[in-house]
Design a protein around this ligand. Structure first.
Ligand code: BG6
Length: 500
């Protein structure tokens, strides 16, 4: 019998975001971004974790206070894991892992500090050129996300972020500078990370300061801002194809997966409604028009999106080349959730599934949910797929001898890799690659905690900014290295098991 492996050329690697790793928040001309004013949080319960709105909301006053503050422990994304000064060491470790690709994002405010300038900051461009060159020197292909939760702060304060139509031109100015500089070196681009997330954290994703708007109008504001992002995304696809025809551009969506809590038809219907919402945003970027679900929602809620004829044309004519997504967990939906236990998710709340184990942060672990997602996405879009985020956020312990035994992380990823293999081989899904989230420990997006670690590489830093920033290989390091070396064969030989 021939050995089981992933398809030749499968893109194994890891993924990060600038605001969660770089630090150097005000160095070499970088302007402050939304990430630099997000407060550290240490939620002690699922209920606290579930308070997504309170966790991510911000007011002008809070921003003023943040800008006056020099306390990095309150605003940890300002120091990240100091990747800005460690990028060579970090990429060398990724090369040792055998990465074929490395997904990272460019911080817009490193290139255009306030968002509205006309000429780019050369030092910002130079930093990313160094990162790209470093990757290429090891044969690692960069996958670049153009927007991952960090609009420039001034753009949010002065223009109301993405609500303002000018945002499209500002963003395209940034995109043009970046593409012109890096054309020929970067084959894979992603436009907006989890474009749907503007509805969950309007400030981080869309630069919207909610307290400036009345509660009645805020839905309209969010969807209008999101529309501007869709137009910018389509224009980005067009521009990249024009400047660098060999490059491929993908959308990136949060692949939330919900099961009916029971087989009661009303639970199944409620789940279908929720899933239509999950797919709606990807639908726009693949099919180039708003789906029936959103059109009905707009009509029934008096949401009136201002859309020009040119918007409709550019969206229709510039679908993405591939669909990328994050997948961490699944949960349930019921028509009536009274009395049912809730569980936290990727800045979302769901009903607890009694059949699934959960991480320390309450995210339910479900490799079959990944296979299900791959099949659903592929059947719906018939475009190549890429998993650009997946992993387990957990507390790691450094043993007395300096080693870190993160078998739970190995088990988690192992089971998800097996599910990917089945989706490819049993279900015929076209999967281009897999980039594990946070191959090196980084700050949590939702809480800015350092203690929620995803990496194969440990960073000696705690939640309060104490530590040497030294990088240490965990047990999972050699395990993932072997996975890549054998193109998946090392895990496909054994049986799956998930323990947390
Ligand atoms: C994804 C984001 O939604 O989830 C990442 O794109 C984020 O930026 C990841 O880090 C995991 O979430 P958290 O809150 O554990 O960092």
């Amino acid at each position: 019998m021939c050995k089981k492996t992933f398809p030749d050329g499968f893109l194994w690697g890891g993924a990060t975001a600038a605001n969660q790793i770089e630090g150097a928040w005000n160095i070499d001309g970088k302007g402050p971004s939304t990430a630099d004013v997000m407060l550290f949080r240490d939620p002690k319960s699922i209920a606290e974790l579930n308070n997504v709105h309170a966790n991510t909301d911000i007011t002008d006053e809070m921003i003023d206070d943040a800008l006056k503050s020099t306390d990095l422990t309150k605003y940890p994304k300002r120091h990240g894991i100091d990747h800005y000064n460690h990028y060579q060491e970090d990429i060398a470790l990724f090369a040792e892992l055998g990465f074929k690709v490395y997904r990272f994002s460019i911080a817009w405010s490193r290139i255009f500090p306030n968002g509205d300038e006309t000429t780019p900051n050369e030092k910002g461009l130079q930093f990313y050129e160094n990162v790209i060159n470093e990757c290429l020197s090891y044969g690692i292909e960069p996958i670049i996300t153009l927007s991952h939760y960090e609009p420039p702060l001034e753009f949010c304060r002065k223009y109301n972020g993405w609500y303002n139509r000018k945002a499209i031109d500002f963003f395209m100015n940034y995109v043009e500078s970046v593409i012109n500089r890096f054309k020929g070196k970067v084959k894979y681009w992603l436009t907006f990370n989890e474009i749907d997330s503007i509805l969950r954290h309007p400030f981080m994703t869309g630069g919207l300061i909610e307290s400036r708007f009345s509660p009645d109008e805020f839905q309209q504001v969010m969807y209008q801002a999101m529309h501007h992002q869709f137009v910018a995304s389509a224009k980005t696809v067009k521009l990249i194809h024009e400047i660098d025809p060999a490059a491929k551009v993908g959308c990136m969506t949060t692949k939330l997966t919900y099961y009916p809590y029971s087989c009661k038809p009303e639970d199944v219907l409620a789940t279908q409604q929720r899933m239509r919402q999950v797919y709606a945003f990807c639908d726009i970027q693949v099919f180039g028009e708003y789906p029936a679900f959103l059109k009905a929602k707009f009509k029934n809620n008096n949401i009136d999106i201002h859309m020009t004829e040119d918007d409709a044309k550019v969206m229709k004519n510039n679908p993405v080349d591939f669909v990328s997504f994050s997948f961490y967990q699944t949960s349930c939906v019921a028509a009536n959730a009274d009395g049912l236990a809730l569980t936290a998710g990727n800045t979302t709340i769901g009903i607890k599934n009694p059949h699934l184990p959960a991480s320390e942060w309450g995210w339910q672990i479900d490799p079959s949910g990944l296979r299900l997602s791959l099949v659903d996405l592929y059947d719906r879009y018939r475009k190549p797929l890429m998993i650009v985020e997946n992993g387990l956020g957990a507390k790691d312990v450094v043993q007395e001898d300096g080693t870190i035994d993160d078998q739970y992380r190995i088990d988690y990823i192992d089971a998800h890799i097996k599910a990917m293999y089945d989706a490819i081989h049993e279900d015929g899904v076209e999967l281009m690659g897999y980039t594990a989230w946070g191959p090196i420990d980084l700050l949590s997006n939702s809480t800015s905690q350092m203690s929620k670690r995803y990496g194969f590489i440990y960073v000696d830093l705690d939640d309060y900014g104490n530590g040497t920033y030294n990088r240490i290989k965990k047990k999972s390091f050699n395990w993932y290295k072997k996975v890549i070396e054998t193109n998946g064969a090392s895990v496909l030989e054994e049986k799956s098991q998930v323990t947390v």
